[in-house]
Design a protein around this ligand. Structure first.
Ligand code: SF4
Length: 279
């Protein structure tokens, strides 16, 4: 038996549902490249960089609240976010239709962090902030251990699991949240609720609609997580047998199917998009 393991991050589960062929790349990157596939280089999207920046501010705000310095100003946390953003973009960035330049990005960061500090921070009592979890996935298809892992944005004192999304579009995150619930269960406790709060990254020319909290059904989330993990493991086992990219479904209709966001577009790894041009 080969002495190897595989780790699947909870945050990859929704992406896998969107396009398995794209989402498997970071998980099997070395294996794919060593098999001779040449993938494209991509730069981080501005949405991803603003998300990372706002998560840094959320961490800062929650940490101050947990340690009794709730009076720390929103400006302080915005500064944390801007600093994180500037670090993220140092090697280049892809702008999009919602954020077209650096000034827009800074204004949106201020709005999103202000929304977090004004709307959400007062209503949550932090216990664990960005805690890391890892657990073995029960499975019999691969001859080595498969782990799943995740960083939970916030565990509250009343055992709720909270996740922040700063994207321009709200998507289903049931599988990711279900994986968090399963990870918490295997590590220490059964959570009381799973909540995704969407802070919509909105064009500067439009009014910011406010944070939107989505309380999800824990059982549904856990079933979604198990289903996606099982499909991933089955597909990876198929790939181990065949070496074929077609072990993984592909979705050219994905919103992320573009030269900007997908390393496989137009390559042999995703032959269906060869010659399609960018969209
Ligand atoms: S090019 Fe499109 S269909 Fe192919 S892997 Fe990327 S997102 Fe999926």
């Amino acid at each position: 038996m080969e002495n190897k393991t595989l780790t699947i991050r909870a945050s990859s589960l929704p992406s896998y549902q969107d396009c398995a062929r794209r989402a498997i790349i970071p998980i099997l990157y070395r294996r794919i490249v060593d098999s001779g596939y040449v993938l494209r280089d991509t730069r981080p999207g501005v949405g991803q960089c603003i998300g990372t920046a706002c998560h840094a501010a959320a961490y800062s705000a929650l940490d101050h609240k947990k340690h009794g310095t709730i009076g720390t100003s929103t400006d302080f946390h915005v500064d944390q976010a801007v600093s994180a953003y500037d670090t993220e973009i140092v090697d280049g960035i892809e702008w999009d239709a919602v954020t077209g330049n650096k000034n827009d990005a800074y204004k949106q960061i201020r709005t999103l962090v202000g929304s977090f500090c004004g709307e959400i921070l007062p209503m949550v009592q932090p216990d664990g902030i960005e805690m890391a979890f890892e657990a073995v996935v029960p499975q019999s298809e691969l001859p080595y251990e498969v782990y799943t892992s995740g960083h939970v944005d916030l565990d509250t004192v009343d055992w709720s699991v909270e996740d922040w999304k700063f994207g321009s579009v709200h998507r289903s995150h049931h599988a990711q949240m279900g994986d968090y619930s399963l990870l918490e269960k295997s590590a220490r406790r059964t959570v009381s609720s799973v909540v995704v709060t969407q802070f919509p990254r909105t064009r500067i020319s439009k009014p910011y609609p406010g944070a939107q909290r989505h309380v999800l059904d824990i059982s549904v989330c856990e079933r979604a997580a198990k289903s996606v993990l099982n499909h991933m493991i089955h597909d990876i086992a198929e790939y181990e047998r065949t070496g074929s990219p077609w072990s993984f479904g592909c979705n050219p209709g994905s919103m992320m199917c573009s030269d900007k966001y997908c390393r496989a577009r137009g390559t042999e790894w995703c032959e269906i998009t060869k010659g399609m041009g960018d969209e």
